[in-house]
Design a protein. Sequence first.
Length: 167
Amino acid sequence: MAEAFRGEFYQKVDGKARVSIPAAFRAVLNADDPQKGEKGGARLYMVYGGKSRNFVECYSKQGADRLAEDIEAMDMGSPERVRAERDLISRSVMVEIDADGRIVLPQRVREKMGFAGDLPGEAEAAFAGFTNRFRLYRREVYEAELEAEDDDEIDPLTLVGKHKRTG
C-alpha cells in the first residue's frame, strides 16, 4: 500500500445511488491497483457481510488480496475460516471507479448502509479511514457511533503499541 486511508469525509449520495470517492482515498485505490479494471478505473472491494456491522468495509485491490491471503492461511474447514470466507469474501462486491471518481452503490451495499428503496435527496455517506481500509457508513449512523464512543475518557495514544501484529 503506497499510502494509508486517513481522515473522514462526507459525500452526497444521489438518487441513482452514485457517490464520489474522496480524492485522498482515490489516490490510494489508484496506487494499489496498477492494472485497473475493465474500464480503466481502480477497483474497490466492498465487504457487506457480518450481521453486527453497521458499515461496509472497503479495500483496495492490494488490500483485498492481502485479506484473502490471510483467510487462506487459516485452517481449512475451521469454523473461523468458514465464517471469514462467508462474511468477508462471499459477501463482498467489486466495483470500478468511473472517470468522474464515482461509484454506484450496489443494492446489497445500500441495504447494509440502511438506504432501503429510493434514496432521499439528502442522503449522505461517511467515509472513515482505517489505514489499510476504509469504512462506509450512512452519515447519521457514523455520527451516532462517534458520539457513543467519544466519552470513554481514554486517551487514544495510550492504546498504540499495546497489541502488535505478528507474522
